[in-house]
Write a protein that binds this ligand. Structure first.
Ligand code: FMN
Length: 131
């Protein structure tokens, strides 16, 4: 799903995309980027510890994220809470402008889900490059 979002984002001219895992992304990366799209699968009705720590550290280090664009996607098995929790934190803790509706796929993403991910990436890039 992340690769499809990145592919969609890269399809818009003039946008540079970095794809990072929750192991190698830092709060400072969120400060440098104009937009951040987080992938958040649901585990035990929550986001992963890696993503939770990233969001909390970004807030506590007072990284400049205010007004930046944020979006989220994720696969899930049955309840799928994580993307909404991530978007809530991006909006309330990091004061980002979020795309309210996350892209979610039940279990493995279908070709349609992946196309929706590409669309999300394109939308994010278009919002950044729109005059
Ligand atoms: C230990 C464990 C706990 C899970 N808890 C939830 C859950 O609370 N709600 C849910 O919707 N899916 C849950 N799932 C299903 C995962 O969200 C689903 O398999 C998802 O596709 C995993 O995405 P990933 O492969 O990108 O990590 C759980 C899966 C595992 C293995």
């Amino acid at each position: 799903m992340a690769e499809a979002v990145a592919e969609g984002a890269r399809s818009v001219q003039g946008v540079e995309v970095e794809l990072k895992t929750d192991m190698d992304v830092s709060p400072e990366d969120l400060g440098k980027a104009e937009a951040t799209v987080i992938g958040a699968p649901t585990y035990r009705h929550d986001m992963s510890t890696g993503i939770k720590n990233l969001l909390e550290e970004t807030a506590s280090k007072k990284i400049a994220t205010k007004g930046k664009l944020g979006a989220c996607f994720g696969s899930y098995g049955w309840s799928g809470e994580a993307p909404k929790l991530v978007l809530h934190a991006m909006k309330e803790k990091l004061q980002m402008n979020i795309i309210e509706i996350p892209v979610q796929a039940k279990n493995s993403p279908s070709p349609e889900d992946l196309e929706t991910c590409r669309e999300l990436g394109r939308t994010v890039s278009q919002k950044l490059t729109a005059p």
